[in-house]
Design a binder for this molecule. Structure first.
Ligand code: HEM
Length: 361
């Protein structure tokens, strides 16, 4: 099914308008749709922890878990050096910068980089293996070819490239803290719950890339989901709560091969993913692409892995709870996404979590 570009454009604009306003069902239905550069870090981890060595490697270096940032003034010849310890305020500035740029490209997807930023933060974190303690958001190893090229990460270059100018403006933040802050900002700015955040991730070199196959495969069902998410340390309720992120964004034929959005408001976080899973009549789409489901109006989609949540009894009871109660979903989603984003991160003891003010609060 291919929709002419013009009507697709209209549908997106309409969706955006709809989602900015209160998302009444009738309005949503009225707008039903017919349808960088990869960054290879120049910053090698320092061999020595001596601050003078650090200073002159690249003119600047991040040291310590979320700790301080050393930079030289006047280039390598200058002897003057400053130590800068970023505060909550500094991170709020980064938050504001990301938030103010989310909607800057009208023609990108549904008008917001929010969904793809959430997916970047999740894929950076979701490689965690609780047995070996490997993977997770500490490291931002997706910058490097082996991991960046894994099939599951297709398309995330858009999110990484989006964040490059932010990194350039705030060079003291690590990529790994920035990617997670990108996810936190996107969720809050797309009217989701407050997501507490703490910095402390350090960037790591390519040898820390995780093997392919740690992220879930959309064409698979409940057993596979349990296999993948139990490895990270999640239970059934948490798997269902995390999946509610599919209220956001869409699938792309040139990324995963699948196509379409899950909900009518892909730039606003709601519990619609669950209510639509239960209320729509889902059938297999007949098309020249991977097996996916479509709703009666043929405007929405579900992956086989999404549909597994209503086919499996233990998962389904949580789908029903979240479909009925958006507040419960928001509370559980916030808790579980904080857990996801912090998997395998060696925070210094006593590091407190902060909450950031949404841009238009
Ligand atoms: C449960 C297992 C999961 C599977 C099989 C899965 C699979 C997928 C697939 C195939 C796409 C489409 C990618 C594309 O073509 O652009 C996608 C997009 C997305 N996923 Fe998941 N996902 C899962 C869990 C999650 C979780 C836990 C989160 C976040 C908490 C998440 C957030 C997203 C978002 C926001 C998008 C939209 C990205 C965009 O619009 O560019 N997913 N997912």
């Amino acid at each position: 099914m291919s929709t002419p570009a013009v009507s697709r454009q209209f549908a997106r604009a309409a969706l955006r308008t709809t989602t900015r306003n209160a998302f009444a069902t009738s309005a949503r239905q009225a707008f039903r749709q017919g349808g960088g550069r990869r960054f290879y870090s120049a910053e090698q981890p320092p061999k020595s922890s001596s601050s003078s060595t650090l200073l002159y490697v690249a003119g600047a270096a991040v040291v310590g878990a979320g700790g301080f940032y050393l930079y030289s003034q006047g280039g390598a010849s200058s002897a003057s050096a400053k130590v800068f310890t970023p505060t909550k305020e500094d991170y709020q500035h980064v938050y504001n910068e990301i938030a103010s740029r989310l909607d800057e490209k009208e023609d990108y997807d549904d008008g917001s980089y929010g969904p793809v930023l959430v997916r970047l933060a999740w894929h950076a974190s979701g490689t965690y293996d609780k047995e070996t303690g490997t993977g997770g958001s500490n490291g931002a190893t997706m910058r490097f070819a082996p991991e960046g090229d894994h099939g599951a990460n297709a398309g995330l270059k858009h999110a990484r490239d989006f964040l490059e100018p932010v990194k350039a403006k705030f060079p003291w933040i690590t990529y790994s803290d920035l990617w997670i802050l990108g996810g936190v900002t996107a969720i809050q700015e797309m009217q989701g719950p407050t997501i507490p955040y703490r910095p402390g991730r350090q960037d790591r070199e390519a040898s820390f890339c995780t093997p392919d196959g740690r992220l879930p495969d959309g064409s698979k069902a409940a057993d596979h989901l349990r296999h993948i998410f139990y490895r990270m340390g999640f239970n059934d309720q948490e798997i269902v709560a995390l999946s509610g992120a599919h209220a956001l964004g869409r699938c792309h034929t040139d990324r995963s091969g699948f196509e379409g959005p899950w909900t009518f408001s892909p730039t606003v976080l709601t519990n619609d993913y669950y209510s639509l899973l239960l209320s729509e009549k889902w059938s297999w789409r007949k098309w020249n692409g991977p097996k996916q489901l479509q709703d009666g109006s043929k405007s929405l989609m579900m992956l086989p892995a999404d549909y597994a949540l209503v086919q499996d009894k233990a998962f389904r009871q949580w789908v029903e709870k979240y479909a009925k109660d958006n507040e419960l979903f928001f509370n559980d989603f916030s808790k579980v996404i904080v857990k996801l984003f912090e998997l395998g991160v060696p925070f210094k003891e006593g590091t407190e979590r902060w909450t950031f003010k949404p841009l238009n609060a």
